[in-house]
Design a protein around this ligand. Structure first.
Ligand code: NAD
Length: 402
């Protein structure tokens, strides 16, 4: 799949140094992520070693890996230079976890390379600035979900952590056991868990809740999901009848209010019987579908727990507040804004490997090589040579009037 006509494509956009073997190399800058909830880092000692083996160099801002338990000493031992203050203006290649603000982009030199989870739909202003500054940027969330891109698939590595942690969080908040227990004091029934959305996070939540012994029901709107749910031991809740619910990229389509009302009616009795509800339903680039209403929460048992993983994109539950804990009618509703960051060590380890795999893909010989015919690149390439390349993000910018 190509991203369409791509003016000004060149195979080399950044003038990198040549090392003693004549291979152009990149100097990767790994800054400390400054968002208060962000604990992950985009490179680890493992990936830094690999970059150095390929002739690149790495500069790490002091403390960048600390919250993920990768101290400066480990980064230095791997071969990185540690600096107290990074020089944004001298950046050749920047490795990020979270998105850049427009102010961040304005500090970058023209023509540099940026790789990260740039959250483009929520940061359209920064995307426009990246293009204006002729930055070559790759947004990992735009990678096509194809087998060839699996090693780079940061959405999957991080969503899987989110799904696992949601269950662990629910188990710590619930005043009940997850497993069936036969005790001298009598039998304790297993917890009932309902999961809405069976993408990567939902399937990992299903597997984790099953391992803890819960009875798990799962709802989704993509027909392919039923078999996956059943193979993991979940009970599938059939979705209301609809036209094709899946787009060509394998993502769910945005459903209209009539469908969502029928879906809520179908789910109400399952949610009323649940001890835990974990919602993960998302539609890329769109607000999360509203699937759990106030009335449905009011129908739940006291002490039940809802974990809404779609909170950052507006929430699947009407009462969710992103980053906050809400108690309504004795039901606890958590809207964690960044669960992967709460498991920063493993999240960073996997994310850094995803980033490294993308670098190896776009710079196989050390030199950045942009190939418009390559579907991995044409999907994830956000801006290049003064243009916004990803067609969906470009459309969102045009609709916004840029
Ligand atoms: P996502 O985060 O975009 O959405 C999560 C889930 O919510 C999806 O399963 C979606 O169908 C569901 N959903 C959306 N609207 C809903 C609604 N109204 N009610 C119930 N559920 C709803 O999904 P994801 O985890 O990023 O996965 C997206 C796609 O990518 C899936 O098809 C997945 O199988 C595929 N994928 C492929 C690969 C690969 O390498 N081939 C890897 C990972 C994911």
């Amino acid at each position: 799949m190509s991203a369409g006509p791509l003016p000004g494509w060149v195979d080399r956009v950044v003038q990198f140094d040549e090392d003693s073997f004549g291979i152009p190399t990149m100097k990767f800058l790994i800054p400390l992520e400054r968002h208060p909830a962000e604990r992950r880092v985009a490179a680890t000692p493992e990936t830094i070693k690999r970059l150095l083996e390929r002739g690149h160099s790495a500069v790490v801002e002091s403390g960048a890996g600390k919250a993920a338990s990768f101290p400066d000493s480990a980064m230095r031992e791997a071969g990185a230079e540690i600096v107290q203050e990074i020089s944004w203006s001298g950046t050749e290649a920047l490795l990020r976890v979270g998105p850049l603000t427009s102010d961040d982009v304005d500090k970058l030199p023209e023509g540099c390379l940026v790789i990260g989870l740039l959250d483009p739909y929520m940061h359209l202003e920064a995307v426009a600035r990246l293009a204006e500054r002729r930055v070559t940027s790759f947004a990992l969330e735009l990678l096509p979900r194809i087998t060839r891109a699996q090693t780079m698939d940061a959405l999957s590595s991080q969503a899987s952590i989110g799904g696992y942690k949601a269950v662990v969080l629910a188990a710590t908040k619930l005043g009940r056991y997850f497993p069936l227990l036969m005790t001298a004091a009598g039998t304790v029934p297993p917890a009932k868990v309902v999961i809405i959305g069976a993408g990567v996070a939902g399937l990992q939540a299903l597997a984790t809740a099953k391992r803890l012994g819960a009875v798990v029901e799962v709802s989704d709107i993509r027909p392919a999901v039923k078999e996956q749910v059943e193979s993991l031991g979940g009970r599938y809740i059939e979705a209301p009848q609809t036209e094709a619910a899946e787009d060509q990229g394998g993502y769910a389509k945005e459903m209209d209010e009539d469908f969502l009302a029928r879906q809520r009616a179908r789910l109400a009795k399952h949610i009323a019987a649940a001890d835990v509800v974990i919602t993960t339903a998302q539609v890329p680039g769109r607000p999360a579908p509203r699937i759990v209403s106030r009335e449905m929460i009011e129908g739940m048992k006291p002490g039940s727990v809802v974990i809404d993983l779609a909170a950052p994109s507006g929430g699947n539950c009407e009462l969710t507040r992103s980053g906050e804990d809400v108690v309504h009618n004795d039901v606890l509703i958590l809207g964690p804004a960044n669960l992967p960051a709460t498991m920063a060590h493993d999240a960073s380890t996997l994310y850094a490997r995803n980033v490294l795999a993308l670098i190896e893909h776009i710079a196989p010989e050390g030199r950045l090589t942009i190939d418009p015919a390559d579907d991995v690149q044409s999907g994830a390439l956000l801006t290049h040579d003064g243009e916004v390349i990803n067609p969906a993000v470009k459309k969102a910018l045009l609709e916004r009037g840029d």
